[in-house]
Design a protein around this ligand. Sequence first.
Ligand code: TRP
Length: 336
Amino acid sequence: MSNTILTGDRPTGKLHLGHYVGSLKKRVEMQADPANKLFIMIADMQALTDNAKNPEKVSANVLEVALDYLAIGLDPTKTTIFIQSQIPQLAELTMYYLNLVSVGRVRRNPTVKTEIQQKNFGEGVPTGFFIYPVSQAADITAFKANLVPVGEDQKPMLEQTQEIVHTFNHTYQEVLVEPKAVLPPKGQGRLPGIDGNGKMSKSLGNGIYLADSADVLAKKVMSMYTDPNHIHVEDPGQVEGNMVFTYLDVFGTDKEAIAEMKDHYRRGGLGDVKIKRYLIEVLEAEFGPIRARREEFAKDSAAVMEMLQKGSEQAEIVAANTLAEVKKAMGIAYFD
Ligand code: TRP
């Protein structure tokens, strides 16, 4: 079965290990199947919906996110990597879809609701932010994606997209493809931050980034939240809620060695520095090569921008086809 897959990220910062386990790794797996057609979008238009006064934050991170993509192994010869704002058809589709969605319906979107509260927007919420789920429906349907790998928080966006697809296809003609969310397996996809406070996120400042140097990575691991009551090496320690063991469970490959370390830690006699050194080794094994590739690509940012330009050109062709079908179905393809 061949799939068309679309997903993307807001370029508001570099990508971290939470993104990696929650979504990036899965994309590389999907890319490996030649039956899959992947579109990966840098969602700068969406990022601007709450950064309009600070556009440099968005534009400066476009290259960083692209470097992260290349570093983890997304391959522009197999996957179309593009920049949202360079595809004008997405904005056009959004305008037509907005007429199919009520104000009441966008107001009920639980993710947007939470974000409006968190950001203290109240009535001051930018209209573009308020309706970004509709723009996201345009992103997905423009490419006729049937699968959309996203985190749990994006489920409401997919539901909204499905509704728009139904309404459109019933009101006009069967043009749009109904997408399905591909969610990370239960218990995965929510990597806690190094401080153990909620999930890894830029705003909480508790992340390890793909771009972090070996030195920075080691320092961050050394500062990780463990068991605050494990003061002396000989004290019995707690493994649950101890970020070092949480990360070892996610990233470690030698499960036996890790099980033994957990027993030892629980009994007492195993120090935090030892387990942290081991975690650094484990993380370096996976992320050392990714960092090295990132540094290589970063040497020629012009080539990366060229790759994004080519990807955007390819993406525009696909989106333009869908838009033409959409306008025809709506009866507004006047000059065809
Ligand atoms: N909302 C997504 C995020 O915040 C980014 C995004 C924009 C997206 N358009 C998309 C994801 C379309 C999947 C499909 O990470």
